[in-house]
Design a protein around this ligand. Structure first.
Ligand SMILES: *Cc1c(COP(=O)(O)O)cnc(C)c1O
Length: 231
């Protein structure tokens, strides 16, 4: 998963996958327009996904896309996401369990228009991230998360990383911001902290646990930059 639009270290991950005979599947839902070593994310895995949900970098209202270079898998994905009906002039026969996950034409049309705007959106996202970075540069107790060296990120969502010694201020910061009309958020919960998964086996993820406590998600809409420019 390319969290918050920042590519994971795909080379390192695929080495691990080879070593342990695992299939790599990239969750690039948040990472349309992000690059790993000059290549767009979504190329390394056997399959990858993008999301066009309302909160993502571009939207079709809902839905997403499956990416793969495996022709057979592509046909299978197309088949079972469009009710698994065998093509025929009049017969209505389905050859396996299928799903109606087709993107309606109206949503696809919206997506085409959104795609045309993607370069502009990403430029604005990156500018906004830079403004945040500069604004918080002199504040000792928090940093803006910046893209890894190997990556060019879309900065889908900007993250303020609280210093480990300031975690007790997090609730206060969230409360005060909301009272001032600034909708900042904590990070999503880790899966193993969700009640329905809490009894599942879980490895040591103390690094993620430490990170998630520090994260505050900042407003990151491209419209924000328009507002700044208009002032
Ligand atoms: C949004 C998101 C999804 C789900 O995408 P939907 O289009 O809402 O189903 C999956 N993974 C990540 C990392 C996401 O951010």
């Amino acid at each position: 998963m390319h969290s918050f639009g920042h590519p994971v270290d795909l080379d390192a991950l695929s080495t691990l996958c080879q070593e342990f005979h695992l299939t790599l599947i990239e969750d690039a839902a948040e990472a349309l327009g992000s690059f790993y070593r000059k290549q767009h994310v979504g190329h390394k895995g056997l399959m990858s996904i993008l999301s066009f949900n309302g909160n993502k970098i571009i939207t079709t209202g809902g839905g997403g896309a499956i990416l793969t270079n495996d022709e057979q898998l592509a046909h299978l994905a197309k088949h079972i996401t469009s009710t698994a009906k065998i093509p025929h002039a009049w017969q209505i026969a389905h050859d396996q369990i299928g799903f109606n996950y087709r993107m309606p034409n109206i949503n696809a049309a919206l997506g085409c228009a959104q795609l045309e705007q993607l370069p502009g959106f990403i430029e604005k996202k990156r500018k906004l991230a830079e403004i945040y970075r500069q604004t918080f540069a002199d504040i000792p107790y928090a940093d803006i998360f910046i893209e890894p060296k190997y990556a060019k990120s879309n900065y889908w969502l900007n993250l303020l990383m609280l210093d480990k010694n300031c975690l007790h201020l997090k609730d206060e910061i969230l409360t005060q911001s909301h009272q001032s009309g600034i909708a900042i958020r904590p990070a999503w919960n880790l899966m193993h902290h969700l009640p329905m998964y809490s009894s599942m086996p879980c490895m040591d993820v103390s690094f993620a646990e430490a990170l998630v406590k520090r994260i505050i998600c900042l407003p990151s809409s491209v419209n924000l930059l328009d507002n700044i420019n208009n002032q």
